[in-house]
Each structure stands twice: as structure tokens, then as C-alpha cells.
Design a protein around this ligand. Structure first.
Ligand SMILES: [Mn+2]
Length: 179
């Protein structure tokens, strides 16, 4: 995991088997939705992460589950907003963990950045709000929930969506009607 592992196949096949066991019991989706979240790398796992984005995306698609896109789990130059329409072409719903990456660490308190606005615009313009569950950072971390300043920042995803809703998105009906 740290550096060029000889066996990339074995751990992923074992993880698939373990997930199959975890999800063997079917739960009512009215009460429980399962979402799977990939990771880019971790300390000591810089060269190989078993549960990568591709691994969990494929697993979720095959089993009709949600995939969770954690905005702190991608390379800084990747555009998470661009992933939404790709994933939602095939999956019914999606979970967004709107966290903020700082160097090698994610889960920093969210700020209303251009990246976050791009995600919000994509949700609004694509008509994806009803199919998207959003988890903000203030919910996930105790220190964030206790700190009013950080909690205010944790509302940024909703502010981003509100901001995106106020912009023209090209989906207005034509005033000329159908010809
Ligand atoms: Mn996460």
C-alpha cells in the first residue's frame, strides 16, 4: 500500500466479498439508503487504496446503491461538479459529502468556494436536487458542531444551492413554444 504493491487484485476481491456479506440482508430503502464512498489515498497507503473511487462506483452501480462523492477525496485538480451528471446518468440517487481537502487531509470545514458553487450550479442546472443527499461538514465532526463559526460555514452547501437557484440556467421554457 505504501509503495507499489505486488497484489492489487487480492485485497479488492476480498473487499468485494466483505461488502457482499455486509449487504446480504436487504433493508427497506424507505428507511435505509446505503452509500459507498471511495478514497484517494491515506497516510501509509499512498500508492494503492483498496476502496478507490472506481471500485465503489462500480460496486454501487452493480447493486443499485448510492455512491458518495466526498469532495475532499479527489485530486485537487479534479472537478467534482463534472462527475455529477456522469454518475446520475446511471444511478438513481447520490450522496455528496461536502468536505474540504487540505493537502493530504479531507474533512476540513467547508467554505463557499468556486468549486462548491460549481457543484451547486450543476445540481440546479441538471435538475438533480431531488436525487441528491448532501452531508455538510458541521454534521460530521463534533468540533465543528460545537463551534458557531464553523457551524455557519457548514451551511455553505445550502447557500451554494440557493445562490445557484438565483442564476439563469437555460432551462426556462421557450416563449415561442413548440413549432
Ligand atoms: Mn466522507
Amino acid at each position: 500500500m505504501k509503495d507499489s504493491p505486488a497484489d492489487r487484485r487480492g485485497p479488492r476481491e476480498r473487499l468485494k466479498s466483505a461488502l457482499d456479506e455486509v449487504f446480504a440482508e436487504k433493508l427497506d430503502p424507505k428507511h435505509q439508503l446505503d452509500a459507498l464512498e471511495g478514497k484517494l489515498f491515506g497516510i501509509g497507503a499512498e500508492s494503492y487504496t483498496v476502496g478507490s473511487h472506481e471500485f465503489y462506483l462500480a460496486y454501487a452501480a452493480q447493486h443499485g446503491q448510492l455512491v458518495c462523492l466526498d469532495t475532499g477525496h479527489y485530486h485537487p485538480t479534479e472537478n467534482v461538479a463534472d462527475k455529477l451528471s456522469s454518475v446520475l446518468t446511471f444511478l438513481d440517487q447520490i450522496l455528496l459529502h461536502v468536505s474540504r481537502g487540505v493537502r493530504w487531509d479531507s474533512d476540513h470545514v467547508v467554505v463557499l468556494s468556486d468549486d462548491l458553487l460549481a457543484i451547486a450550479q450543476e445540481l440546479v442546472r441538471g435538475g438533480y436536487l431531488e436525487r441528491t443527499h448532501i452531508a455538510g461538514q458541521a454534521v460530521g465532526r463534533g468540533h465543528a458542531a460545537r463551534d458557531p463559526e464553523r457551524t455557519r460555514d457548514g451551511r455553505s452547501p445550502l447557500l451554494g444551492c440557493a445562490h445557484a437557484c438565483m442564476k439563469p440556467c437555460g432551462r426556462q421554457p421557450s416563449i415561442r413554444g413548440r413549432s
